[in-house]
Design a protein around this ligand. Structure first.
Ligand code: ZN
Length: 131
């Protein structure tokens, strides 16, 4: 199986959740040694990014900065009241590609893969596809 959906349960309105372990486990189980994995987020108020996995303050600094860049404003027209989350999703993006080499993820030493929640808490999905 080269496509898999994983569930990500978020507990706050905004948070970055490390999903590297689940993605690496899927790559190892697939038996693919060389290729590429795509992580796609099928939501309009969430995203996926790659960043430092050593110091957890990096993740909170990312959400802090996004809130400075994209505050909740009364001028938004979208009636659901979560336009800031839609904008953050588009800034960060809904997919990432990572090379697979020697059956593992070709990430930098300090890189982890993060599901980005901008309008939680919710049960979310990430779609993984190996090619
Ligand atoms: Zn909305």
């Amino acid at each position: 199986m080269k496509t898999k959906k994983i569930t990500v349960r978020t507990s706050r309105r905004e948070e970055l959740i490390d999903i590297t372990g689940e993605i690496l486990a899927f790559v190892r189980k697939s038996g693919v040694n060389d290729g590429k994995i795509t992580i796609f987020i099928p939501h309009t108020t969430a995203a996926v990014t790659i960043n430092e996995n050593a110091d957890p303050t990096v993740q909170s600094d990312i959400t802090f900065t996004l809130n400075k860049l994209v505050p909740k404003l009364p001028e938004y027209h979208h009636l659901e009241g979560n336009s800031d989350a839609h904008v953050k999703s588009s800034i960060i993006g809904c997919s990432q590609d990572i090379f697979i080499t020697d059956g593992s993820l070709l990430l930098g030493t300090w890189q982890g893969i993060y599901f980005c929640e901008f309008d939680g808490p919710r049960n979310r999905t990430a779609i993984l596809r190996i090619d």
